[in-house]
Write a protein that binds this ligand. Sequence first.
Ligand SMILES: [Zn+2]
Length: 345
Amino acid sequence: MKRRAFLQLLGSGSLALGSVGRLLAANSGPGLHHWAWTRVLEDEKRSVWQRRFADFREAGVSSLLLGGATEEACRLAAAEGLQVHAWTWTMCRGGAELLTNHPQWFVVNRNGVSASDNPPYVPYYHFLCPSRPEVRQYLIEEFSRIAAAEGLTGVHLDYIRYPDVILPRALWEKYGLVQNEELPAFDYCYCEACRDQFKSLAGQDIEDIADPTQDESWRHYRWNSITTLVNQLSKTIRDQNKMITAAVFPSPTIARRLVRQDWSKWNLDAVLPMVYQNFYEEDIAWIKASVQEGVQSLPAGRPLYAGLFLSSFKDEGKFEQAVVAALEGGARGISLFGGVRHLKS
Ligand SMILES: [Zn+2]
């Protein structure tokens, strides 16, 4: 489809998913693949699911990162020609069973406060400690179970990280914070297991380091802790013949600094950085630069799909610029976030 034709299709209305999708479809081609984060609820009518899947298909999306990805949902999505990846929160998971029976599995900040009963920022920020063998075993079993579902193409890891030691810039005012440095209340994890492991690896006690925020080996320890866990989960998921993908922070530099994700080292089949320019008070050019940095950091041939936050675009023109910027940066496609409420169903 020619550019003029698809712009005519868009009309001048709001940024509805249908129009976004037509634009996306127009930016499709050999080797490109588009995704969307969405979910289905058990108590919704199945006709609502079907309509949602059909809308995404029509929008040029080929793969859904689907919350509530049951075997029934996979069947109905497949009927629309869509692949389904089970969208799963990884480290951030509360739940009465874990919080009650395993409070020691949760991360502890530099003040000694546990996220089991005092989560940072928001009430649901109960993050598990990625260094603990019992947490890893628990997650391996969880993901083995999830990956076994018939009809799934893959499993998609979200919240595969530490709590934000530094929030994206646009959120500082919301929380009344100035985070030019790593503040102790948001700096994790100083649990006993982490301190013991670091001591045996690095030969020093983290408590003896005057400024742990500036310590390279302590920083690397935490990057490696998440990386090791991801690579264990990768094996678990691939053993079930499923793909593994992850939602990550926008560029390798930002991801390491804000949430300790060293994602270019992860054994993934594809990576989906959330290149949400408005969270960082950035513009369209930043999308391209972030994508480029990500693509260059990855092993050759590993696809990167750029997550775009639909609500951050005031009109189709801006969204189109973002799509083009991401593709020019080397993304192999786009992943839509935030379009669910625009759906016609
Ligand atoms: Zn820990």
